[in-house]
Ligand binder design. Structure first.
Ligand code: ZN
Length: 145
């Protein structure tokens, strides 16, 4: 299976609005609007930089969600990174056949309407890796929240 590249790096934060304001002020990144993903128990915002790479800030939506657990155990920090693939169904199948363990039983809906699946850190050097098949990037929404 071939990956297209790193799509974004996900950083768990306690206060999404405050963190977003800091990243925008410090680095001049263009934020998307804040999105709530109840399936993942997470609120996310993407910061796009001029070369097209992205940082994703995540904060918990509800107690007991994966991001809430991460913050409790480890505090704020890099939580996952994301590899872009052409065909997530094929990638999921191929990786599963290679013995890779996923957190969900099949790809799910993620931020921005992308389809995503998370590889268990046990299967990949202790790192939580998201694979994603996205739609083409949308023009960024210039108004944060
Ligand atoms: Zn992500």
């Amino acid at each position: 299976m071939k990956i297209k590249g790193i799509h974004h790096i996900g950083i768990a934060v306690a206060d999404l609005e405050e963190s977003l304001a800091r990243w925008v002020a410090l680095f001049g990144a263009v934020p998307s609007s804040i999105e709530e993903i109840p399936e993942g128990g997470v609120r996310v915002v993407h910061l796009r930089f001029s070369e097209g790479s992205m940082i994703e800030l995540l904060s918990p939506l509800g107690k007991g969600s994966p991001v809430a657990q991460f913050l409790e155990k480890r505090g704020e920090g890099v939580q996952h990174f994301t590899l872009e693939v052409d065909d997530i169904e094929a990638a999921f199948r191929e990786l599963t056949e290679a013995g890779v363990q996923f957190i969900s039983e099949k790809p799910q809906l993620g931020a921005g309407g992308a389809r995503v699946a998370f590889i268990h850190p046990k299967s990949l050097n202790g790192v939580l890796v998201e694979i994603r098949q996205g739609r083409k990037p949308q023009p960024p929404d210039l108004q944060p929240s």
